[in-house]
Design a protein around this ligand. Structure first.
Ligand code: R5P
Length: 322
C-alpha cells in the first residue's frame, strides 16, 4: 500500500459536506461507505474499500440527533477495527454531551466521560476535536486527543467586522478564558455577563461586569444551543449602552427556537463555524467560517506523525482553562 492508499477519510451521515470539504483541501477522495436504515430504526454500515493496515479518519460531529450520530460513529469505528485498519482517528468537530462533564449534584451521570469511554472501547486510537466545551474532557480519554482552536479560523472574520473601540464580552463566567483569548488578540477589554442557568433550556441574565457603554461589543461563546444565553447577553449589553453587537461562536447547535431568538436579538452579525451542519433555515445575519482547512491540515500532520499543536501560536492554549 502506498502512502496515499494508507490514508483514508470516511464520513458518517452527520456532516458529509464538511468531510467532503476536508477531503477537497487534502486532495484526497472521500472513502465510500454504504449506510442503510432498516424499518425498525436500526442501520447497517459497509465500508466499500480495503482499509487493512490503513490510517483511517472518520468525520462525525456528535451534534443533534446526538444518539443517532454517536452510535453511527461507534459503529463506524467498530467496523474499521474489524476490517483491520491500523489506526482509527475519530474526527469529532463538535463533541456532544460536553457540558455534562462533572457531577454538579448528587445522583447524576457524567455523560461526557461515558461518551469518551464508548469511543475508546469501540476501538478509536485517537480523537481530533474542535473547541471542546471544557479542555479537561481531553483527560476523559486514555487515548491521545488533538484539540484544535476554531479561534484561528474565526479571528480573520472577526477582524473583518470592523468593530470600533471593541470590547469582548463573555455571556457567562465559564466562558471567560475563551473570551479573554479573543480580547487579547483584538487588544480589547473584557466584560462578563452575569448569567444564571435556571434549567436546561432557560437562563436569566442579571448584570454586566464591565462597562460596555459606547463600545462595539464582540460577544464570544463556544456554542449556541437554544440561543438563550447569547441572545439575552446581546440584549443586556444593548441596554447597558453598547453600540453595535457582534456574536461569535464556534458551534452552531441551534436547537429549538434558537434561529428565531437570534433573528430577534440586536446583534448585527452571527459568526459561527461549520462544525455542525446548518439547519435549512439558518439565522438571517449568519456568517460562516469553515474549519475544513484546519481539520485537513491536522489530519495531514497526524498521518505524518507531525506536531498538531504547532499549527497554533503558543498563546492559542490561553482558552484551554475553563
Ligand atoms: C455554557 O456554558 C456554554 O458556553 C453556552 O453559553 C451555552 O451552553 C449555550 O446554551 P444556550 O444557547 O442553550 O443558552
Amino acid at each position: 500500500m502506498n502512502r496515499g492508499e494508507r490514508l483514508r477519510v470516511f464520513s458518517g451521515r452527520a456532516h458529509p459536506q464538511l468531510a467532503r470539504d476536508i477531503c477537497a483541501h487534502m486532495g484526497a477522495p472521500l472513502g465510500e461507505a454504504l449506510i442503510e436504515d432498516f424499518p425498525d430504526g436500526e442501520f447497517n454500515l459497509k465500508v466499500e474499500c480495503d482499509v487493512r493496515g490503513a490510517d483511517v479518519f472518520v468525520v462525525q460531529p456528535t451534534c443533534p440527533p446526538v444518539h443517532d450520530n454517536l452510535f453511527e460513529l461507534l459503529s463506524f469505528i467498530d467496523c474499521l477495527r474489524r476490517a483491520s485498519a491500523e489506526k482509527i482517528t475519530a474526527v469529532i468537530p463538535y463533541f456532544g454531551y460536553a457540558r455534562k462533564d462533572r457531577k454538579d449534584e448528587g445522583r447524576v451521570p457524567i455523560n461526557a466521560k461515558l461518551v469518551a469511554n464508548l469511543i475508546t472501547e469501540a476501538g478509536a486510537n485517537r480523537v481530533l476535536a474542535v473547541d471542546l466545551h471544557a479542555a479537561q474532557i481531553q483527560g476523559f480519554f486514555d487515548i491521545p486527543v488533538d484539540h484544535l482552536y476554531a479561534r484561528s479560523v474565526l479571528m480573520e472574520k472577526v477582524r473583518e467586522l470592523g468593530a470600533v473601540n471593541p470590547i469582548v464580552v463573555s455571556p457567562d463566567v465559564g466562558g471567560t478564558k475563551l473570551a479573554r483569548a479573543y480580547a487579547k488578540e483584538l487588544k480589547a477589554d473584557l466584560a462578563i455577563v452575569d448569567k444564571r442557568r435556571v434549567s436546561g433550556n432557560h437562563t436569566v441574565v442579571e448584570n454586566v461586569v464591565g462597562d460596555v457603554r459606547d463600545r462595539d461589543v464582540v460577544l464570544v461563546d463556544d456554542m449556541i444551543s437554544t440561543g438563550g444565553s447569547i441572545s439575552n447577553a446581546a440584549r443586556i449589553v444593548k441596554e447597558k449602552g453598547a453600540n453595535r453587537v457582534f456574536i461569535v461562536a464556534t458551534h452552531a447547535v441551534l436547537c429549538g427556537d434558537a434561529v428565531a431568538k437570534l433573528d430577534d436579538c440586536p446583534a448585527e452579525t452571527i459568526l459561527c463555524t461549520d462544525t455542525i451542519p446548518l439547519r435549512a433555515e439558518g439565522p438571517k445575519r449568519l456568517v460562516q467560517a469553515s474549519v475544513a482547512p484546519l481539520l485537513a491540515r491536522a489530519i495531514d500532520r497526524i498521518h505524518r506523525s507531525e506536531s498538531v499543536s504547532s499549527l497554533f501560536e503558543p498563546s492559542a492554549r490561553d482558552q484551554d482553562d475553563r
